[in-house]
Design a binder for this molecule. Sequence first.
Ligand SMILES: C[S@@+](CC[C@H](N)C(=O)[O-])C[C@H]1O[C@@H](n2cnc3c(N)ncnc32)[C@H](O)[C@@H]1O
Length: 290
Amino acid sequence: MITIPHSCHKSWPPSFPITSSKSCASLLFTAQNDRPKIANTLNENNETKQSSAGRIKRQVLTKDGRTKLDAFSDREFYAYPRFVTHVDDGFITTLTNLYSQRLRPGSEVLDLMSSWVSHLPKEVMYKRVVGHGLNAQELAKNPRLDYFFVKDLNQNQELEFQDGSFDAVLCTVSVQYLQQPEKVFSEVFRVLKPGGIFILSFSNRMFYEKAISAWREGTAYSRVQLVVQYFQCVEGFTQPEIVRKLPEAAGAAQEERSPFKWFTRLMGLLSGSDPFYAIIAYKNFKPVHE
Ligand SMILES: C[S@@+](CC[C@H](N)C(=O)[O-])C[C@H]1O[C@@H](n2cnc3c(N)ncnc32)[C@H](O)[C@@H]1O
C-alpha cells in the first residue's frame, strides 16, 4: 500500500521507495519480491521451457578484485552532497551526443549511480527519467529526474522494478565502485525491455580509495575489457560495442610540455582532455529504427 500526495501522483507505479524530485514527499511503494526471476517460454513443441536470459554465466571478479582501500560504508562516504562535475566538458559533450544518437524520444530511462547533473540532451523529451544514487540532496537537484531512489548497490543489487520497465539504462563514471557488478548487470538486463539499451561510460578519474582493486590496478585497456566482461557474463546481452574518444595525441603532448596546463589539469581545472569510453549493449537484440 502506498500513500501518494495527489499533486505528485504519476501514472507509472514504481515498486520501490522512490522520491519524486519534483519536490514531493517521499512515496513508499510495496516491493514486488514475488515476481519470477526467469521467464517461461514455449518451445517449438509447445512445451514450457525456462529462458536462461539474464542468468549470470560466470563471476568476472575474484574476491580480491572486489576489495576497496576504504572498506567503510559507501553511504557515509556519499553522505555529503558534492555539487561538482566529475568529468570535463569534452567528455560530457561526447556523452550527450551519444545519448542523442542512441536514446529515442519518449523513452523510459533509468540513470543508475546518478547525481545532481544530467547528461541527457536538454531538448529531447523522455517519457520518464528515474534516477538512482547514494545522495538524496544531489538527486533532488537533478532537473531531469521525475523520480529518484537511494540505494547502496554494494549492499543489495536488486532493482525493485518489474521486468521490462525501461527502454534505456545509463551509468556514468561510476562502474568502478561496484563490488558485485555481475548481479547489477543481471538486474539491469531484467529491468530493460527487449531491445532496450544499456550505456555505460567512464573515464580515468575516480575516488581512488572507493574503486575496486580490479579497476585501480588496471589500465585503460583492461578496464574496457573488464566492463565488456560484465556484459558478457550475463546471458542475453548483445555483443558489447566500444566507443572511445581519446584526447588528441599531439594536443596532449603539447599540454604535457606546458607547466601551467599540466598544473591546471592536475587540479582538474582544464576541460577537453578526459578520455571517453562507453560500452553499449542491448537486451536480446539491437532494434532497427526507421
Ligand atoms: C563520480 S559520481 C558520478 C555521478 C553521476 N553519474 C555523474 O555523471 O555525475 C559516482 C556516483 O556513484 C554513486 N555510487 C557510488 N557508490 C555507490 C554504491 N555503493 N551504491 C550506489 N551508488 C553508488 C554515487 O551516488 C555517486 O554519485
